[in-house]
Design a protein around this ligand. Sequence first.
Ligand code: SF4
Length: 212
Amino acid sequence: MKTNSEIIGEYLDLLFPNPRCELIYHNDYELLMAIVLSAQTTDKRVNSVTPILFSRYSSLNALKNADLADLEGILRPIGSFRKKALYLKEIATILNDQYGGVVPTDRDVLSTFPGVGRKTINVFLSEFYHVPAIGVDTHVERISKRLKLASSKDDVLKVEKKLMKKFPKEDWGKRHLQFVLFGRYYCKAIKPECLNCKLINICSEKKKNIRS
Ligand code: SF4
């Protein structure tokens, strides 16, 4: 008999056989910065500002010396733009001055960067270096709880640890992307697509959503 995580994994493989990160980037620092910018907003919005950002400031040195007000103006559509503009300038300065322009892969080092937390590190390492990791963003947390892979009271770290136990290590990166896409297009926060969902029998939300 299959476990729930096996059933979930098979369904996600069916829906998203080749999941891809939807953030647009061309190198390591553009990816790291795009993930930082994606906090509290959508990848689509981030993708609407990063082409302007990285063409106007086409190197770490240019970003380090960018005019803060101009950066804020570019980032305005994504929200928290003052804070995010500062983060980008500071990250560019650190990478340019201390790391030869290369984003370090050491988690302890990365966690000292402004605006960079555990989720950002996991997403970056998994996407750029294929390091096995599960970044728990709002979609991953919501789906894990709805599908009873985690408890409703778990914080994001607990959710991450539980997911790491329930899925094979070689699938962590793929599962992260699939959970994000499933949350973005099917199991949305409001009005999820429950009637067509093959996971309805193992989901804690089904009754609520089907009645509404
Ligand atoms: S039944 Fe609805 S809430 Fe549950 S996993 Fe499927 S889409 Fe999400």
